[in-house]
Design a protein around this ligand. Structure first.
Ligand SMILES: Cc1cc2nc3c(=O)[nH]c(=O)nc-3n(C[C@H](O)[C@H](O)[C@H](O)COP(=O)(O)O)c2cc1C
Length: 227
């Protein structure tokens, strides 16, 4: 191996400051990007007509069997009280059409106004939920029952078991397979909303046989060359 210049100077491999290697240290922060951005719908247990939408980026998939997701909410959020009180929430994925609403629902509180009405959005009944509604028009809605609440510091982590999934029919093909790549989903990337780009592979593509790879990628390649 070639001795690098710094090693030659100090004789101490790996002792160079990060800056010298082309990296810059930032203070510890929530830098895991991109994050999902979702609209969580919820309602008050004893007054289910009192519904709300809150934008959440601190959301994640946390278990497969049973299927579970998490959302982290600050205690002071109006929706924190609704989710804690009802034990239910619905995670609605966000597409380009919902992108503006997602921002609005993340900067205004349901304590002060009806965010859905302001944004011209409608609720619909969520499968498997007693209280929480789903958001009409969302590509996918996950109905979740709270299984655990873990106080972490600034946020409480709500672990929800997914008890139903509803998808917009235009995202299913004639055989009933889901094509989420057609949904124009939005991600949250270090303070910016960004649409997802081209399909670059599929699960296991790096080890797939050439013919399998070509067959599976064909629809996306065609789409790409059409542009
Ligand atoms: C892109 C985006 C992501 C957000 N993610 C979260 C989050 O993960 N957890 C949280 O508590 N607040 C989050 N917020 C802030 C809340 O959505 C915001 O404070 C909202 O007004 C709370 O509404 P509520 O009082 O009706 O619950 C986010 C805001 C934006 C714009």
């Amino acid at each position: 191996m070639k001795e690098n210049r710094k090693e030659k100077q100090t004789g101490q491999p790996g002792k160079q400051p990060a800056e010298r290697r082309g990296y810059v240290s930032l203070p510890p922060a929530t830098m895991l990007n991109p994050a999902p951005v979702v609209l969580v719908s919820c309602a008050e247990k004893d007054r289910p007509e009192n519904r709300n939408l809150v934008t959440v980026a601190w959301a994640g998939t946390v278990n497969s069997e049973p299927p579970m997701v998490s959302v982290s909410l600050r205690k002071e959020r109006y929706s924190h009280d609704l989710v804690a009180g009802s034990g239910e929430f619905v995670v609605n994925l966000v597409d380009e059409r919902l992108s503006r609403a997602a921002d609005f629902c993340g900067v205004r509180s349901g304590r002060d106004l009806d965010k859905a009405r302001e944004m011209g959005l409608q609720y619909r009944p969520a499968e498997g939920m007693e209280t929480a509604p789903a958001l009409e028009g969302a590509p996918v809605s996950l109905s979740c029952r709270v299984r655990q609440v873990i106080p972490l510091g600034s946020h409480d982590l709500f672990l929800g078991e997914v008890c139903a999934v509803q998808v917009r029919p235009d995202l299913l093909d004639e055989r009933g397979s889901l094509h989420l790549e057609r949904a124009k989903l939005i991600a949250y990337n270090h303070g910016l909303y960004q649409r997802l780009g081209d399909v670059t592979g599929f699960f296991g593509w790096s080890v797939a046989r050439k013919d399998v790879y070509e067959r599976r990628m064909a629809p996306y390649e065609r789409k790409r060359t059409k542009k």
